[in-house]
Design a protein around this ligand. Structure first.
Ligand code: HEC
Ligand code: HEC
Ligand code: HEC
Length: 424
């Protein structure tokens, strides 16, 4: 496209954005919190809910003060640096009212009314009730104020033009608190409320278009923006669906990150250690009930096993040798792992996903199962980036994707190289 055409299109969109701005519904002006409730109780409830929403994960810089912001989020439209949400009046949200906070969480608006970027997952938090939002606010306001001014986000042109967000909102944002389904029981509805709302599972587990809007099947799997991770479909039996798991295994995976069927790694390990491990047993079961009920749809894209030619057979043998030398001590001679310590690779859907990017990363960068109260020092997987060349990583991966009854496409050295370069 010619620059003139782009400029004209942009001018049009911004015009449209400003036109759409007043059409946004004014925030609902009611606070349901009963003022008689004990403030300490409300703060404690808010602390719990803030954990369920993992607000701290995004609003705390590495080694920074909790909730003081400065955390860096790379996305396809630029780099966000999260704001300070401690009650400091100058640099945080100390001057905010309950109503301002409700508008941010429910309607994605800043205190001055300007639209916020959906890198803040208000598209999910909009499902949170007023009562819960008020409790989170009460908790945040009870924190020690931290005076910390964070650098502004660096968002690429033209996405740095905030009026464009009005267009985005008109196209993609549906505001509204979660409405319980009458046909389902309380436990299921609680699980749905947590998964769709505070848990913002959708933010990672649903594919996004280049503008960062969810598209395709809800929880149908998608690559994380700005990173080399794929969050598997939670509705496909080939990927991360738990519909045929016993309840206890799902609860165990959510709250410890390890079960006999899967291990949480990378960003999911963070979700477990920062958020899900703190769920009450009732809430963890509610979430599992909802996840188990999700329809097990057709696979997002199924990995295909290669045809067994002499060349492929030779590759598998070389991959098997590498496995024996570097991997077998932990993952076992039949890929069976060791319960609660090393994940099984046999029958592990994370290993055979159509897209091998997660498995490549695990081998390049290593990793730890989530740090939790029950497992404060989990066993780790060493990084192999400096030990094995791309070719060998491809061979061992092709091998584990096809050994012990696993089925998956071959991995190439080019894919490993791409992941090395794009790794974040
Ligand atoms: C995935 C990362 C992420 C998570 C999780 C997250 N936030 Fe944010 N938040 C952001 C980003 C990025 C912004 C800035 C958006 C912008 O600049 O438009 C933001 C902005 C905000 C703002 C507006 C602050 C201001 O100064 O305008 C508030 C309030 C807020 N978040 C509260 C929360 C709460 C409460 C939670 C948990 C329920 C939460 N956030 C969870 C990323 C996140
Ligand atoms: C920050 C992004 C992110 C968020 C938020 C997130 N996930 Fe994940 N999730 C991932 C990634 C990446 C993987 C793949 C790595 C792995 O298997 O651990 C994953 C894997 C999983 C798996 C394992 C599937 C399997 O069988 O191996 C389950 C189950 C899961 N997520 C459930 C959830 C639920 C429930 C929520 C919301 C409470 C959630 N996730 C929120 C990124 C995320
Ligand atoms: C010292 C023990 C150890 C060695 C050696 C080791 N691993 Fe691991 N591996 C682990 C642990 C622990 C995890 C779980 C880490 C995590 O959750 O991030 C893991 C995770 C993995 C995963 C991700 C599993 C999942 O569910 O997503 C893959 C794939 C993997 N290892 C393959 C290999 C291969 C291939 C080798 C040899 C090149 C190897 N490992 C060597 C301990 C080891």
């Amino acid at each position: 496209m010619k620059p003139v055409v782009i400029a004209a299109a942009l001018a049009g969109l911004i015009g449209l954005g400003l036109f759409l701005a007043p059409m946004n519904r004014p925030p609902v002006n009611e606070s349901s919190a009963s003022r008689t409730e004990d403030p300490a109780k409300r703060q404690a409830k808010g602390a719990y809910l803030a954990q369920a929403g993992n607000c701290m994960g995004c609003h705390t810089a590495q080694d920074g003060r909790p909730y003081a912001g400065g955390h860096i989020l790379a996305t396809s439209i630029g780099t966000f640096i999260t704001p300070n949400i401690t009650p400091d009046p100058e640099t945080g949200i100390g001057q905010w009212t309950e109503q301002d906070f409700w508008r941010a969480l429910h309607d994605g608006k800043a205190r001055d009314g300007s639209p916020l970027y959906p890198a803040f997952p208000y598209t999910d938090y909009t499902k949170v009730t007023r009562e819960d939002a008020d409790a989170i606010f009460a908790y945040l306001q009870s924190l020690p104020p931290v005076s910390q001014r964070n650098p502004p986000s660096r968002i690429n042109f033209p996405f740095n033009l905030r009026p464009l967000l009005y267009v985005w909102r008109a196209l993609y944002f549906e505001q509204g608190v979660y409405r319980p389904e009458a046909a389902k029981n309380d436990e299921w509805n609680r699980g749905a409320y947590l998964v769709q709302g505070l848990g913002h599972c959708n933010a990672c587990h649903t594919a996004r278009n280049p503008l960062g809007a969810s598209q395709g099947n809800v929880l149908g799997g998608g690559q994380l923006m700005g990173s080399n991770w794929y969050a598997p479909s939670l509705t496909s039996l080939q990927e991360g669906s738990a519909s045929d798991w016993p309840m206890d295994d799902i609860v165990q995976l959510l709250t410890t990150g390890l079960s006999s069927r899967a291990a949480a790694t990378g960003p999911m390990a963070d979700v477990v250690s920062q958020s899900l491990q703190y769920l009450t047993p009732d809430d963890a079961r509610a979430m599992a009930t909802y996840l188990k009920s999700l329809p097990g749809s057709a696979p997002h894209s199924r990995g295909t096993a290669p045809e067994l030619t002499d060349e492929v057979d030779r590759q598998f043998r070389r991959g098997g040798e590498i496995y024996e030398k570097y991997c077998q001590d932990c993952h076992g001679s039949f890929g069976q792992g060791a319960p609660g310590v090393y994940p099984a690779l046999a029958g592990n859907r994370g290993v055979t996903l159509a897209s091998p990017i997660n498995a490549i990363r695990s081998i390049l960068n290593g990793g730890y199962a989530p740090v939790t109260e029950s497992s404060p020092r989990p066993y780790g997987m060493p990084p192999f980036a400096q030990i094995l060349p791309d070719e060998d990583i491809a061979l061992v991966l092709s091998y584990i994707r096809n050994a012990w009854g696993n089925r998956g496409s071959l991995v190439t050295a080019v894919q490993v190289d791409r992941s090395r370069k794009g790794a974040q």
